[in-house]
Design a protein around this ligand. Structure first.
Ligand code: 0O2
Length: 206
């Protein structure tokens, strides 16, 4: 298997989607509006991780393109939980790719404590041989969700998937704290917006 050849369109898809999604942030900035997108990252899964996941999930290497949906991954970070819905709607309204699957781990968090909204999209990459459809997993999450997931991911790596019970318990508590942080921030934001509205109405009265 020539990995470079196989993964080249995946890299192209990640690069293009990063530019497209970052473009929204620029537009909100230009309009002096709050951007629901804080920042965007992306990666092509490293070959050792692909081989590892293929082994774990019994995916034949010749079926990676259809069976492994996150070979190409793009992550969108938001400040507030409400921003996630806005980003989902922006993505759903696009006409340059199709959504093929949705996994809502925010409404339905994983046992690990993981929260994030996943959209799998079929993205057309224009190759010299014509259009090639590439599956890309777009993960949308708040900064707090991302903080938790990043730490949990590195612990999983460190303990090779066998996180000790006491660390797991701590991670559960940390996940709850991250959830509460998101709630507190949403409330603070709501109060700020209310105060701003009040201020605008008062000015109009004058
Ligand atoms: P990496 O290193 O992030 O590239 P599965 O892999 O079985 O959990 P599936 O069906 O492949 O699930 O897709 P799903 O549920 O969309 O999850 C794939 C990706 O979501 C993972 O990629 C992680 O990025 C993220 N994710 C899912 N569950 C967890 C979790 O419990 N903790 C953290 N930190 N991230 C999670 P990979 O393949 O793990 O690899």
């Amino acid at each position: 298997m020539d990995w470079d050849v196989f993964l080249t369109p995946y890299k192209q898809a990640v690069d293009e989607l990063k530019i497209k999604l970052r473009g929204y942030r620029e537009q909100y900035e230009m309009a002096s509006q709050h951007s629901p997108i804080e920042f965007v990252t992306g990666r092509v899964k490293p070959i050792p991780s692909i081989l590892d996941k293929a082994r774990r999930k019994s995916i034949p290497l010749n079926q990676l393109d259809t069976q492994m949906q996150d070979l190409a991954g793009v992550r969108v970070m938001c400040q507030f939980v409400d921003d996630i819905k806005i980003v989902i709607n922006l993505i759903k309204s696009r006409t340059d790719f199709d959504i093929v699957e949705v996994r809502d781990y925010i409404a339905d968090k994983k046992d690990s404590g993981y929260r994030s909204y996943h959209l799998v999209v079929s993205y057309p990459v224009m190759t010299i041989a014509g259009e090639q459809r590439i599956l890309v997993e777009i993960q949308i999450r708040t900064l707090a969700m991302n903080f938790w997931a990043t730490i949990e991911h590195s612990l999983n790596y460190k303990y090779e998937g066998q996180i000790p019970k006491d660390v797991k318990d701590r991670l559960q508590r940390a996940a709850e704290a991250a959830f509460r942080l998101d709630e507190e921030m949403s409330q603070i934001r709501g109060e700020i917006q209310e105060a701003q509205q009040h201020f605008i109405l008062k000015k109009l009265d004058q």
